[in-house]
Structures are given as structure tokens and as C-alpha cells.
Design a protein around this ligand. Structure first.
Ligand SMILES: [Ca+2]
Length: 286
């Protein structure tokens, strides 16, 4: 069949084979041109991308550097803050070390009604009957600072404002007294008084005869001493008695002058603690 088709050997008087060669050459040239143009475009594109890449790398480097600078600045400020904090803590520690220590408060017994407080300045103190260690029906009382706290042997072991010792109503009420009864009358050798808070205010000691007559056996000023203080007041006159009275001039020593116990010593060597007492006043009573 192919042989049946007439094959033109010439076109426009040019052999067909030359046409083929010409067309092929043109196509190859066009392709080469297109490839060249496209390659140039690609090269330009690559160059552009390279340039962008370099710019990005440059920007990234700058930003990293800036961030590094910022981080270094932040770190520097943090270091400064920590140094200031450490210095402040050191100052606080120094201040705490220089702060004077607060004195330890004394333990308060359960029945402690509260610290003694002076009466207001200029307050009028109404005269009161003497305070007793016993109730009107004869029962021994157990009030803090009552005259009953001066009965029996000492039970206030350390110095201080203790409710186990007798205290007057006012710390500076002038003359006050504490009268004590003992079981047996003896020829008085001395009267021993145990003071446990602000000693030194005792001004006189008397003893009572059986008929009730009061006789001074000692008067003067106490030798100085620190509480708890046991002071012996020797009888300057012979007297047989079972009742003694201790006077205080509370203006001699500031604050309360508290007595824990009183002992009667006989010339026969016997010793007795008081079993009953009355007082000019007591902090146990309002
Ligand atoms: Ca006592």
C-alpha cells in the first residue's frame, strides 16, 4: 500500500529531504533557543534565591545576635537583682541579730488572774477591813496573793511576782502589815521572813502578848538583798508570844513587796510556820 502512494520527491523544487533537514534544524535551533532562555531564567531564579538565602541568613544572624544581646542583658539584670536580694537578706539577718531579745515571759499558773497592775494615779482608795486567810466560816482560802499565801513553809521557789506569796492591794500604799498566828506561844528568839519579790520594805516587827498588847521587837531598815531573801529579825526584848505582825513601808521599795512565808523561832530552838493570817490589804481582793 505504501508503494501505491506517490511520494513527492520535491516541494517547490526543493528536494523533500532538504525540507526535512531544514525543518529539523529549525526545530533544533528553536529548542536550543528555548532551552537557553529557560536556562537563563532558571539561573536568574537561582541567583535570586541565593541572594534571598544570603539575606535571610544575614537577617537570621542579626536576629540571633540581637536575641543573644537581649538574653545577655536579661541575664545581667537577673544577676544584679539576685545580688541586691542577697544583700537585702544579709541586712535583714544583721538587723535580726542586732534586735534586742524579748525577755521570756514568766510561766503563768492556771489560777493566775492576770499581772498586777497599779491603781490609777490619784485614785481614792477606800478604807477596807483587814483581809483574812480564812473565810468567815473558818475555811482556809486559796486565793492568789491572799494572806493565806504567807502560811506554811515557803512554796515560792524563785524570785518574782508569784501568786503563791502575799501581795498588798497597792504597790505604794504606804504602811501595810501582815499579822500571823502560830500554834504555840514561845519565847521569841527571832522572826524569819521570806521575801520573794522586791524585798527591803519591812520597817517593823511586833509580837503580841496573851492579853493582846502589841510589843515592838524590831524596827529599822532591812539589810539589802536580792529575792528570794530570808531575813531574820531578832527579838530585842524578851517576850512570849504566838502572834507576830510584820510592817512594811511600801514606799521604800518600788513595786509590790511580796512575802512568801513567816517563821517563828523560839529561844528553845522550836520553829513554826504560820497557820492563820490577816493583812492590811491584799491584791486577792478587788
Ligand atoms: Ca507562800
Amino acid at each position: 500500500m505504501l508503494l501505491a502512494v506517490p511520494w513527492p520527491y520535491e516541494l517547490n523544487n526543493v528536494p523533500i529531504m532538504k525540507w526535512i533537514v531544514i525543518v529539523s534544524a529549525v526545530v533544533v535551533a528553536a529548542a536550543a533557543l528555548w532551552l537557553g532562555i529557560h536556562q537563563a531564567g532558571l539561573e536568574a531564579r537561582v541567583a535570586s534565591l541565593l541572594a534571598q538565602n544570603q539575606q535571610l541568613a544575614h537577617d537570621l544572624t542579626n536576629r540571633l545576635s540581637a536575641n543573644l544581646d537581649s538574653m545577655q542583658e536579661v541575664q545581667r539584670r537577673l544577676d544584679q537583682t539576685q545580688s541586691a536580694l542577697a544583700a537585702t537578706e544579709q541586712r535583714l539577718s544583721n538587723l535580726a541579730a542586732q534586735k534586742p531579745s524579748i525577755p521570756r515571759t514568766q510561766p503563768i499558773p492556771r489560777y493566775f488572774p492576770g499581772p498586777l497592775t497599779p491603781l490609777p494615779s490619784g485614785a481614792v482608795v477606800e478604807p477596807r477591813p483587814p483581809a483574812s486567810s480564812h473565810s468567815p466560816t473558818g475555811e482556809l482560802l486559796t486565793r492568789s496573793w491572799g494572806p493565806e499565801q504567807a502560811l506554811g513553809p515557803p512554796d515560792t521557789t524563785d524570785a518574782g511576782d508569784r501568786p503563791t506569796a502575799w501581795a498588798t492591794r497597792s504597790p505604794t500604799g504606804g504602811e501595810e502589815w501582815l499579822k500571823l498566828e502560830f500554834q504555840r506561844a514561845v519565847d521569841v528568839a527571832e522572826v524569819r521572813v521570806r521575801e520573794t519579790y522586791n524585798p527591803g520594805a519591812i520597817s517593823k516587827v511586833t509580837a503580841f502578848l496573851a492579853n493582846g498588847q502589841e510589843v515592838t521587837i524590831w524596827e529599822g531598815e532591812e539589810p539589802p538583798g536580792q529575792a528570794p531573801l530570808d531575813t531574820a529579825f531578832p527579838a530585842s526584848v524578851p517576850i512570849r508570844s504566838s502572834s507576830v505582825k510584820v510592817y512594811l513601808d511600801t514606799r521604800r521599795v518600788p513595786s509590790w513587796n511580796e512575802i512568801d512565808a513567816v517563821e517563828l523561832v523560839g529561844r528553845d530552838g522550836t520553829r513554826q510556820w504560820a497557820f492563820s493570817a490577816t493583812a492590811s490589804s491584799t491584791y486577792a481582793e478587788p
